[in-house]
Design a protein around this ligand. Structure first.
Ligand code: URA
Length: 187
């Protein structure tokens, strides 16, 4: 960690990923939204463009959001558990998640979302501390720090499992995101 404001994140050298990254990938979307989506880590496209979920996974994610009437630019704030791309897109190491947690906590404090969506096992483990199969966890509301949290399949998993059949991962994810949209309308 090299500072105490989110703006300082761009110059962070708290872990070894600083030496291989092109860009620190902080966020996209609306910092005033009631909904925050947390993914795993930037991939090649995100590293090149400096924004999260802008590659194939991001396009799939944006389409799913639109399918349930959520606007990716206005209705949510999108970020990742870690801000720098791991080489060859390997899963983030525990030490990298720990080193980057400071920035994620600053984002959570700044956005103060009512609802959080966690995409994939890494984000679920980072926030909820639950290690487990996404098949069991997805679609099950959790409460974390008084916020409603919805685990969903990671879009890259959905790209590998593109069946459009009812009850397939894509359909289940649409249902999960629709439950998120309805929750945002409550209160
Ligand atoms: N996968 C993620 O988890 N995050 C991104 O930003 C891109 C792909």
């Amino acid at each position: 960690m090299t500072g105490t404001n989110l703006e300082d994140c761009s110059s962070c050298r708290a872990c070894d990923l600083a030496s291989t990254r092109q860009a620190v990938v902080i966020s996209r979307g609306n910092p005033k939204a009631n909904l925050m989506l947390i993914g795993e880590a930037p991939g090649a496209q995100e590293d090149a463009q400096g924004a999260p979920f802008v590659g194939r996974s991001g396009r799939a994610l944006d389409q799913l959001l639109r399918d349930v009437d959520l606007d990716p630019e206005h209705d949510l704030y999108i970020c990742n558990a870690i801000k720098c791309r791991p080489p060859n897109n390997r899963r983030p190491k525990k030490a990298e998640l720990a080193a980057c947690r400071f920035w994620l906590d600053l984002q959570l404090a700044a956005v103060n979302p009512k609802v959080i969506v966690l995409t994939g096992a890494t984000a679920v483990e980072a926030i909820l501390g639950i290690k487990g199969g996404m098949t069991q966890l997805r679609g099950q509301w959790q409460i974390w720090n008084e916020r409603a949290v919805m685990p969903i399949f990671h879009p890259s998993y959905l790209l590998r499992n593109p069946s459009k059949a009812a009850g397939a991962p894509l359909d289940l994810t649409r249902q999960d995101l629709d439950a998120v949209r309805r929750r945002l309308c409550e209160r």
